[in-house]
Design a protein around this ligand. Structure first.
Ligand code: ME8
Length: 648
């Protein structure tokens, strides 16, 4: 049976549109999962959104929405983004889902029943933005939050506390006995010294806001966001539900469980979460991989600084693979990384255009030129053989290093190890000068062998690139006619494919980018603070079915249409609505020519009081809606209806 591998991202706050920082964590987890799949693991990959809390309640209010409307909207955007980035998550958990809320309620009651949670009172400086209290020594500049710099407010409230101190020794013992629990090591040291400095019991409920899971036995309290949020990792597996088979398989009896988290949420995952599990008698099976942040030259990304960069823009202009490659290549293991437009373009040009892309196209054109596209593994005794042997050796080392580094979550370093092989393969061309070998018949076998070595190396590189370049690798397999048998990790032995037949001509995998011009374009996106997040209009107040029945919507067939004589934006139409032929004026002339409309069956509000628009009588309104680009679309799909059919 295959070994299991369960990996999670943090669940993201749906407070605003996601930038490249959140995309980094998710792409990293996705590439690791793809790698584990190639290694034959039975994988499960979870991501989702953390939808409760005061911050969300306030963000919703600022957007004129209810909290539920707000989180539905952003969770939708997040899922669209993950689709665009070809993230292969198996599940998407939202903390407002019933499957999650019911179990959180139960977990809280269980902790209460065991006296791991007790009711008390808390007074302290509270930061709404970070949803945390801070002690006076932690505050900066008087009353400011040490994490985000916003002013805190003094709050006094009745709250439930989780007894952290009770479990501190057991947790230290656990960390000591499980040296791989937190990696990198430096993060582990931070955690150990934090625990040793003394743990205060943690406030785990709030009464000041209501957007959260209600405490069942005392509903004026809502569960404070961390107990709610952290539980997602097991509620998504069905813990505490009727069917907990996934929980048993991946968590309790699983082989590897990894939570990937940013350094900002280390404490919650390394201290509060294991303590919750200890208190609930749930095995601590997970390990933590703690990564750094993507920063901008002038520090953290923030809209007000005008330095935010969104994945969609980069993907649309430079392609998915370039983005997915850059995002995990640029940050070094556990450290922060700085995004700059120049580095982005340079990285694509160097690694993908020059090194890999060029290698593939040069090799294919030489194999065609010298051997009509077909080569076989051959033996020869030309002195150049030493270069081929060296390449085979470099490939062997790269395959090993890559896997060791991937197993340690050092994705950037694994890609670097692969770059060494790409470089060495390109060097084989320089070392052997195939154009000279082609001049004499006696060196034909040696030339064929060089070509074979290039192709075999490209194949191995491509197998290893699969977790990162999801669009390119299948293309290269197509160019080289590599079937599935030679795409897997078991085929990573140099020389395992005996022959190649390549395509006649391969398109360039990555177009070369003009560094100056493209950097300028990316910079302009970053400065574009007007870049508005797509918004949906708030839903209007509720109406009853009686209110709705006052609106008479009918199918109407457009018989004639013409531009309004006195207004550019208006079309004047004759529309058959069953009862009569009406004169209808509509503001769609920018988007529809008169001929586009004739013959369409559209939807009409038929009992709207007639009005004169620029001198033309309008006896009804055609239903239409605007998309994100501001284009108006008439609602269609009613062609099967007769004029006058009533819409209900
Ligand atoms: O903390 N660079 O959610 P969140 C790299 N809901 N990673 C970044 C980043 C950046 N610039 N900005 C954000 C929360 N991240 C909680 C988690 S889990 C039970 C609850 C990543 O949306 C980083 O991994 O504020 C961070 O930890 C994560 O986004 C979630 O941030």
């Amino acid at each position: 049976m295959s070994k299991t591998f369960y990996i999670t991202t943090p669940i993201y706050y749906p407070s605003a549109k996601f930038h490249i920082g959140s995309a980094y964590t998710t792409c990293l987890c996705d590439s690791v999962t793809r790698y584990k799949k190639l290694k034959g693991y039975d994988t499960r990959f979870l991501t989702g959104t953390d939808e409760h809390g005061q911050k969300i309640e306030e963000a919703a209010k600022a957007n004129g929405k209810t909290p539920q409307e707000h989180v539905d909207y952003i969770a939708g955007l997040a899922q669209d983004l993950w689709k665009q980035l070809e993230i292969q998550n198996d599940d998407f958990i939202r903390t407002t889902q019933k499957r999650h809320e019911d179990v959180v309620e139960e977990i809280f009651e269980q902790l209460l029943a065991n006296d791991d949670i007790y009711l008390g009172e808390y007074t302290g400086n509270y930061c709404v933005s970070c949803e945390s209290y801070f002690t006076p020594t932690q505050l900066v500049d008087g009353d400011k939050c040490p994490d985000c710099g916003q002013p805190t407010t003094v709050l006094k409230e009745e709250t439930y506390f989780l007894r952290l101190s009770k479990y501190a020794d057991r947790l230290l013992e656990f960390i000591d006995q499980n040296p791989n629990f937190i990696f990198p090591e430096t993060r582990k040291n931070e955690v150990v010294s934090f625990i040793k400095s003394g743990l205060l019991d943690l406030s785990v409920s709030r009464t000041a806001f209501s957007w959260g899971v209600k405490v069942r036995s005392n509903p004026k309290h809502v569960v404070y966001v961390w107990i709610d949020a952290l539980s997602n990792y097991i509620t998504a597996l069905g813990y505490g539900s009727k069917d907990d088979s996934l929980y048993q398989k991946y968590w309790v009896n699983g082989n590897e469980v990894v939570h990937v988290v940013g350094k900002d949420i280390l404490r919650f995952h390394a201290i509060y979460w294991p303590i919750m599990l200890l208190a609930l008698n749930i095995p601590i099976t997970f390990r933590l991989y703690v990564h750094g942040w993507y920063l901008m030259k002038d520090g953290k990304m923030s809209k007000s600084k005008g330095n935010v960069i969104y994945p969609e823009q980069l993907v649309e202009r430079y392609g998915l693979d370039a983005f997915r490659y850059y995002i995990v290549r640029e940050i070094q293991y556990g450290n922060d990384g700085v995004f700059t437009p120049e580095d982005y373009i340079k990285r694509i040009n160097t690694d993908l255009v020059n090194d890999y892309g060029n290698l593939v196209s040069r090799t294919i054109s030489m194999v065609n030129k010298y051997f009509g596209g077909k080569v076989q593994k051959t033996k020869h005794d030309h002195s150049l053989i030493q270069f081929e042997q060296e390449l085979g050796q470099v490939a062997k080392v790269a395959v090993q290093d890559y896997q060791t580094l991937m197993d340690e979550f050092k994705l950037g370093d694994a890609l670097k190890a692969l770059s060494i092989l790409v470089g060495r393969t390109n060097k084989l061309i320089d070392d052997t000068s195939p154009w000279d070998l082609a001049k004499q018949e006696e060196t034909k076998t040696a030339l064929e062998s060089v070509m074979y070595h290039l192709l075999e190396s490209i194949r191995i590189i491509t197998v290893l690139y699969q977790p990162f370049l999801m669009e390119t690798c299948p293309k290269v397999y197509g160019y080289l006619n590599v079937d599935e048998e030679f795409q897997g990790f078991e085929s990573l032995v140099f020389g395992s494919k005996e022959s190649y037949e390549v395509v006649k001509k391969a398109a360039h995998l990555f177009p070369r980018l003009d560094e100056e011009q493209e950097s300028e374009i990316i910079r302009s996106w970053m400065l574009d603070t007007s870049l508005k997040e797509p918004e949906i209009e708030p839903i209007l107040p509720e109406i009853t079915i009686d209110d709705f029945s006052k609106i008479d919507i009918r199918a109407g067939k457009v018989l004639e249409a013409a531009y309004h004589p006195n207004a550019d934006k208006l079309l004047v139409m004759k529309v058959d609505t069953g009862d009569k032929v009406r004169n209808i004026v509509s503001g769609i002339a920018k988007f529809y020519q008169p001929d586009d409309m004739v013959g369409k069956t559209v939807l009409i509000i038929a009992n709207l009081k007639p009005v004169k628009l620029r001198g033309e009588l309008s006896e009804g309104m055609i239903l239409a809606a605007e998309n994100e680009e501001g284009e108006l679309h008439v609602i269609e799909g009613a062609n099967a209806l007769n004029p006058g059919s009533k819409i209900s």
